[in-house]
Write a protein that binds this ligand. Structure first.
Ligand code: ZN
Length: 501
């Protein structure tokens, strides 16, 4: 580990200066006022006009002396604030502690115990350095105006992009700086559509039979989970679906009652945990433990490489005065549903190798009053595909004869890949000219702000790009040092070539 000294980091030094400065400024999602004020102050100092829209997005214009439309460079102001267990770091006031680490022979910048905020501090630092270098006359873009757009609250809800005022975008080309590989541009992203299902249930009371039963809490945990879009094709298990399998297995061997099922929480995550409460006939408990253990061993055997830490915990609960049990027939339907419902990658992109086109994730389940609520998130480059999946879920519930309500939300943010737009062609030529190799052009099976912009500005040509970073959103986040110089060269080259028109 080495001390963070900007002199040792290479070019452009102004980038590293600003990266360090903004690391001192608190900027968790929803608290962007300080970082926005800092950028505005810099813009004022250099003599650039700026404006802020109602929601807090900031636009700084570097004027050109021509009638050309501005080229837009865009980043988001906020960062994900995560720290390791036991850290006393206070994100509302403490500066991030930057350091340099060497991993696998490459040098990286990291923060001590916290997220680094390279997502999207690299974009912000890039824009600030550009402001300064244009002012000093060290950069010039053929009299083309450059608009620097900074959005708020990307990480939470993309609220900034959703609420962006119409007048904040005036150009035809937008470079989003939220990329994370210095050899890749992203030219499309999947949109998301949540689907909510509410299955009506009824309960029996097992009043007089209590003494025959033992109540058990079944708890599945230790799954890897991850992002419901980016990690959906990694073969990770879904805790709720796994619980469905466990309940089905138990159903073939025992007579038990189900009182409750609960699992998952975030819409964007693959569920890592799921809990059930069941009531089992006393003399069968021992056998049931054995069957659960067999099930556990077989699951571990089936998933030896990916899921190494699965746990299935069985806890005996103290019997209360009455026990609740979901109607037998409804329990059977729920088990069938969990064992049949579509989940995971649905289809691959016809053009881009290994890119998922459409996926669905069962993200949470909860038993509440007289219903079981289940949330799904569908993702696709084409929102119509999401709707098809919601329809499949609906048909399954109908086939099972469930009493249910299904709400499908049309969704947001799909940006169908544009492999041949002008900006993409200029980017490919620029990259090849600079580095004598082909630029990787791909799309992302998750939603970027670009997808939201595309809804409101269909004419906009966009790419997403940035220096190489890893483990965003976790305290392991890091930024490759060498990659900054390369990505800077590419971006300056690209803007220059675009400005020539
Ligand atoms: Zn980001």
């Amino acid at each position: 580990m080495k001390e963070f000294k900007i002199e040792s980091l290479g070019q452009p030094q102004d980038f590293w200066y600003y990266f360090q400065e903004i690391s001192k400024i608190p900027r968790c999602s929803g608290h962007e006022e300080k970082i926005r004020a800092y950028i505005q102050k810099e813009a004022d100092k250099f003599g650039y006009a700026s404006k802020v829209d109602k929601i807090g997005n900031l636009l700084v214009r570097i004027k050109g002396h021509s009638m050309k439309k501005p080229i837009i460079l865009q980043s988001h102001l906020d960062m994900v604030c995560e720290k390791i267990k036991g850290s006393t770091h206070d994100f509302s006031k403490d500066p991030l502690k930057l350091k340099i680490v060497k991993i696998d022979g490459r040098e990286w910048v990291k923060a001590e115990n916290t997220t680094l905020g390279a997502d999207n501090g690299v974009g912000v630092a890039f824009q600030l350095a550009l402001m300064k270098l244009v002012k000093e006359g060290k950069l010039e873009f053929n009299n083309c105006p450059i608009d620097l757009l900074f959005t708020v609250d990307e990480e939470n809800s993309m609220f900034g992009a959703f609420q962006l005022e119409k007048s904040m975008i005036e150009g035809d080309y937008l470079i989003n700086l939220d990329g994370f590989e210095d050899y890749t541009i992203i030219v499309g992203n999947a949109g998301g559509s949540p689907t909510q299902v509410e299955i009506k249930i009824n309960f029996d009371e097992l009043n007089d039979e209590i003494e025959h039963y033992t109540s058990l809490k079944l708890h599945i945990s230790g799954l890897i989970g991850g992002h419901s879009a980016l990690d959906i094709d990694k073969g990770r298990l879904n805790a709720i679906i796994l619980m469905g399998k466990l309940l089905k297995m138990l159903n073939t061997h025992f007579h038990y009652h189900l009182e409750l099922i609960k699992g998952g929480d975030k819409m964007n995550s693959i569920p890592r945990e799921c809990t059930c409460i069941i009531h089992v006939i006393k003399k069968e408990v021992k056998d049931l433990h054995k069957k659960i253990n067999d099930f556990y061993q077989s699951i571990k055997k089936e998933n030896p490489k990916i899921e190494r830490n699965i746990k299935i915990h069985v806890e005996e609960l103290n019997l209360e005065t009455s026990l609740k049990a979901i109607f037998e027939e409804e329990k059977e339907k729920l088990i069938q549903f969990l064992n049949t419902v579509i989940n995971g990658p649905v289809k691959y992109h016809p053009v881009v190798k290994n890119l998922i086109h459409t996926s669905t994730n069962l993200s949470s389940i909860i038993t509440k009053n007289r219903s079981i609520k289940i949330m799904f998130m569908q993702r696709s480059f084409n929102l119509k595909e999401n709707e098809k999946i919601a329809l499949q879920i609906k048909e399954l519930l109908e086939r099972l004869n469930c009493k249910f309500k299904l709400n499908f939300y049309e969704g947001y943010g799909a940006w169908a890949p544009e492999f041949n737009s002008h900006i993409v062609n200029v980017a490919k030529k620029t990259y090849k000219h600079l580095f004598q190799e082909e630029l990787n052009v791909t799309a992302l099976h998750a939603t970027l702000e670009n997808g939201i912009f595309k809804q409101h500005y269909p004419q906009l040509q966009m790419i997403t790009y940035g220096p190489t970073g890893l483990n965003a959103h976790s305290p392991e986040e890091r930024l490759e040092i060498r990659s900054v110089e390369k990505s800077w060269k590419f971006l300056i080259g690209l803007i220059t070539n675009l400005s020539l028109e």
